[in-house]
Design a protein around this ligand. Structure first.
Ligand SMILES: [Co+2]
Length: 330
């Protein structure tokens, strides 16, 4: 098992957040209030610690559902208000959005690449971080490509830099190591209660002129593959989120489920497994009604379209006037 550890040199700029004066100074400069800054930093710290802890449990023969549940429980045990999204465990050619359904018999294989992607929130302020484990150590180039692309991208996260430049840096690093970026997946800006908000951070060179801004929070997530870099959807879909919460036209049972989902998750993604575990009568049929009515959207499992295997590293970055703060570094 080979695991790259995050180094503290990712912390290009450290907020002096033990000092109230300097914190409020940063806050004014960045447009982030001191309270939200505390929540952004704490959500990141919890996520980073749990990601490291859970990665040590990824070994051949382990049950994927046990790892998902361990990660989710540990985020809450460490004091997160809630989960930013279900624990994603994506193996080999699965690039993203796999989380176990209830009673999943999937096991961690003997070799290959396992991506673990988790996130906590504090009062709606989000963190999102991922790493890849090379189970038998036979794919070091996949680990170094995605990891060094992430480090190179973070170093560029200063106010005024274009997202096209960030994508260019990511692609260059991945290609330097002889692999291809998964260009159909992208990093994303995060706002309170909204996992994918505002800007996308491409994993490929582009002329996009949108600028990185101080006071904003971004998830950067390079994916490297030996395939073509396109993705395809695979059924069944295992992760969903609410799109609307008032649908008087729907049957009462579906409306009740929608209300429950809104109370628990607001606009954040939730797992089919969590809905199954609610133990409500006909819950899957009611969920299907909500999906068909467009009140719930799905995030399909995404696989590399040509069958290539995929690695991923991800951090959450708060951009300040002084540069990037990696909230999920440990
Ligand atoms: Co993520």
């Amino acid at each position: 098992m080979l695991l790259f550890s995050f180094s503290t040199d990712l912390l290009v700029c450290q907020l002096q957040w033990t000092d109230k004066t300097s914190r409020s100074h940063h806050s004014e400069a960045s447009g982030v209030s001191a309270d939200s800054l505390d929540d952004i930093i704490l959500a990141g710290r919890i996520t980073g610690h749990v990601l490291r802890e859970v990665s040590q449990r990824i070994r051949p023969g382990a049950r994927v559902v046990d790892i998902c549940e361990l990660a989710e429980h540990r985020l809450l045990d460490r004091g997160a208000t809630g989960l930013a999204f279900p624990c994603n465990i994506s193996i080999d050619d699965v690039a993203a959005h796999y989380t176990s359904p209830q009673h999943d018999s999937t096991l961690i294989p003997d070799s290959g690449l396992v991506k673990v992607d988790i996130g906590a929130h504090m009062n709606g302020y989000l963190a999102d971080s991922a790493l890849t484990i090379d189970l038998d150590g036979s794919h070091p180039n996949f680990i170094s490509a995605a990891h060094s692309a992430l480090q190179a991208a973070i170093a560029e996260m200063h106010p005024g830099v274009t997202v096209g430049h960030i994508g260019t840096v990511i692609e260059r690093e991945i290609r330097r190591i002889g692999l291809t970026p998964v260009y159909q997946l992208a990093g994303h800006e995060m706002r309170r209660w909204t996992l994918h908000a505002g800007l996308s951070i491409p994993n490929i060179s582009s002329a996009e002129q949108y600028e990185i801004k101080a006071g904003h929070v971004y998830a950067i997530e390079p994916f490297a593959t030996d395939g073509t870099g396109a993705v395809a959807e695979r059924r069944p879909t295992l992760i969903f989120s609410g799109t609307t919460f008032g649908r008087p036209d729907l049957p009462a049972a579906a409306r009740d489920l929608l209300k429950t989902l809104h109370q628990r998750f607001r606009t954040l993604p939730f797992a089919l497994r969590w809905v199954q575990q609610m133990g409500l009568p006909d819950v899957e049929a009611n969920l299907r009604t909500l999906i068909n009515a467009g009140a719930i959207r799905g995030y399909p499992v995404l696989v590399e379209a040509s069958g290539g295997i995929v690695s991923q590293f991800e951090h959450t970055v708060l951009v300040t006037e002084d540069g990037p703060v990696v909230t999920t570094a440990v």
